[in-house]
Design a protein. Structure first.
Length: 226
């Protein structure tokens, strides 16, 4: 299959705005007043596209699937420099030219951000809590404690989402915000407190998955509360 003008169009589309360098035009047949001049020059400088031995680009020349696969492979190697729309386009092209890329020894995988589909939300909360230093004497005083939570939202697909939460609690003076002497070891919830609450270490606090029925949502809700 032949593709007329596609090479030039791809060059224009993938000229990333993040590339701020002013690259010199290496091709004699691409005029400075051409609509594709900047795109062709930038991507040539980045090693994504190249020309012919005679120093021409030949943007109006038909190119083969093999030549396009080479360009796609180079774009895949520079994924971090592409924006979300460009990454999606490369992913579609990679699927269409899967066999051609395989012939080049390129393994095609779904293109995602390095962080995957996981969003991190950090929460710092400072609160005043009642503390009993000695339950038998009944002496009570307030102490300032800090609670830090690290929430994760991992999108599995358009309808499924996994939520997780790590939490640590500590007194501002290095002591436990709740004295363990006043806790009932037979109580399941208070037993959790004895096993790590206030020790200043991260513990798994919440982990659950949701499935959304009905109209798909573009962005997950953040169901994290107190």
């Amino acid at each position: 299959m032949k593709h007329r003008f596609l090479k030039t169009a791809m060059a224009a589309f993938f000229a990333c705005t993040a590339i701020s360098v002013s690259a010199a035009n290496p091709f004699a047949d691409v005029a400075e007043d051409s609509w594709a001049y900047q795109a062709v020059a930038q991507l040539s400088d980045q090693g994504v596209i190249d020309g012919y031995p005679d120093g021409t680009f030949r943007g109006d020349k038909n190119v083969s699937r093999y030549e396009l696969a080479q360009i796609i492979a180079r774009l895949m190697a520079k994924e971090d420099a592409l924006n979300q729309e460009q990454q999606a386009t490369v992913a579609k092209l990679a699927q269409e030219y899967n066999q051609d890329l395989a012939n080049l020894g390129v393994r095609v995988a779904e293109l995602e951000k390095k962080t995957g589909n996981t969003e991190l939300i950090t929460e710092l909360r400072v609160q005043s809590v009642d503390r009993y230093d000695n339950i038998f004497e009944g002496k009570k005083k307030n102490e300032i404690s800090a609670r830090v939570r690290l929430n994760t939202i991992s999108r599995v697909n358009d309808r499924s989402t996994v939520y997780g939460q790590l939490e640590t609690n500590m007194g501002m003076n290095g002591t436990d915000p709740y004295d363990v002497n006043k806790l009932d070891p037979k109580d399941p919830e208070q037993k959790k407190v004895r096993s790590g609450y206030g020790d200043g270490e991260l513990h798994m606090n919440r982990l659950w998955a949701t499935y959304h029925f009905g109209k798909k949502q573009d962005k997950e809700k953040q169901p994290f509360g107190p």
